[in-house]
Ligand binder design. Sequence first.
Ligand SMILES: N[C@@H](CCC(=O)N[C@@H](CS)C(=O)NCC(=O)O)C(=O)O
Length: 340
Amino acid sequence: MGRLKSGKWIQEEIIPNSHNGEFYREEAKFRDTIEEGGIYPPETGRYHLYISLACPWACRAYIMMKLKKLESVITMSIVSPHLLENGWTFKEDFPGVIQDSVLNKKYLYEVYQESDPKFSGRVTVPVLFDKKTKTIVSNESSEIIRMMNTSFNKITGDSNDFYPEALRSEIDQVNSFIYDNINNGVYKTGFAKNQDAYNKNFNSLFKALDKIEERLEGKETLVGKILTEADVRLYTTLVRFDPVYYLHFKCNNKMIREYKNLSRYLSNLYYNVKAFKDTTDFDHIKEHYYFSHKQLNPGQIVPKGPEILVPEIKIEKLNAGPVKNVIPPQESVFDEVGVS
Ligand SMILES: N[C@@H](CCC(=O)N[C@@H](CS)C(=O)NCC(=O)O)C(=O)O
């Protein structure tokens, strides 16, 4: 692992950034927007998305790309799951890597250098890149998924809305609670450098999971009765929890499968909404975390289990039915987003 400092790649400690033993995530530095009339207007074939299939933040964007039918509009590269001394690379050392077809680089940090030769900061995925100006539009997943939700609607003709006006304040509240305690909470627990930092974040994580468990009683989605970006954001953490975070990040109070509602919710999204299952690659996920974080796992041994990655909860057992059935027909987005 490493970072760019004034445009130069510096190798550094594998678990970065802590205050009093507590991990903190650096703010993303590229924060532009694709919008009509802006410096980055919506156009077919102009933008490229760099992702890791292992990364929960990057996979938010990958899910949204599928939900919004953007695969023929935005091109994509997939990095190797191994995040080692050169950061993310396009090395074909694992099945599923997709080369950098835009700049032909070996390392993701070179994409950052291309955009800003003096860049200082972490080299993270996802990256939304503009081929025309050869600059990074955004490396902040929460903002990339918002752009995907609306900016290309005229091009694709797809107006499904995963951040509808009427639900925005509730979505924002849910997002912020889940980000701090769950999405980032698993990292703060796993990357804690002392017992106090670990205890504190472990407790907040499991308290938050209990709260969401309650919220999901009789519900298929987090906000309203439709699938929203809040579900996309929670899903990418939940699906990694049992195979990785429980063991690797010591988030071992309970597995997701031990929660009645969370496990039903996860199973429903994974098995019933194509965009979720199709963007979830457990080989990349397990390989990345266990092989890359040598400080947590010096032998780089990738555990074989769990045998069942996402327990399938039969639809007949659900209180409220599968996602697509709880949406009144006039509000349904699922037929159009290709859910089968
Ligand atoms: N705020 C960013 C966070 C992205 C992020 O931290 N990605 C991780 C992968 S899971 C990364 O690329 N880390 C590499 C590093 O920090 O060097 C977002 O949500 O887009």
